[in-house]
Design a protein around this ligand. Structure first.
Ligand code: FES
Length: 168
């Protein structure tokens, strides 16, 4: 067994969830009251609308050590702020492309529309995401940032790239 496998054998992923107050957050509450147990790896952050979730919040979560980010919002037509969730959907597509460029696997970022009455669905989505991220292993973005910083320092110290000349 490789060192990495040994190290991650008992590892549990950390998932940060941004849930809309009016739907998914209430559904998570309902799941708790109904004793529908979901994996304990999720840190839930309540927002007033999924449209309030700035892509920067998601990048910050990864930068601070999250292995996955889950966003939960109202179904189309149910957003309390009319078009907040449409904005979320548009941003999410752009964000996914950016995460792909950064080498962050698709399964680590998920958007779901879950209404207040869908407690069972919150549980299913959380458990499914935890399983998928667990299979991928730790993201370790803070460590990766350090490695990238070192590479940049090395490039700077060795003047790599200064030989490029542009001929008009
Ligand atoms: S109020 Fe729930 S997504 Fe906008």
């Amino acid at each position: 067994m490789s060192d990495n496998k040994k190290e991650t054998k008992n590892w549990e992923p950390t998932i940060v969830a941004f849930f809309c107050n009016w739907c998914t957050y209430t559904a998570a509450d309902l799941a708790g009251v109904s004793r529908l147990r979901h994996a304990a790896n999720v840190r839930i952050i309540r927002v007033m609308c999924s449209g309030r979730v700035d892509p920067q919040f998601i990048l910050n979560a990864y930068a601070k050590g999250a292995d996955g980010v889950l966003i939960g919002g109202c179904h189309f037509g149910d957003c309390h702020y009319m078009e907040g969730n449409y904005k979320t959907a548009r941003r999410f597509h752009l964000l996914k492309r950016m995460l792909q460029d950064m080498g962050i696997e698709e399964e680590r970022c998920r958007l779901e529309w879950i209404s207040a009455s869908e407690g069972e669905r919150v549980r299913t989505v959380i458990n499914d995401m935890v399983e998928k991220v667990k299979a991928l292993g730790p993201l370790r973005l803070p460590e990766r940032f350090n490695e990238w910083d070192k590479e940049m320092e090395f490039i700077g110290e060795h003047n790599i790239g200064e030989e490029v000349h542009i001929h008009a």
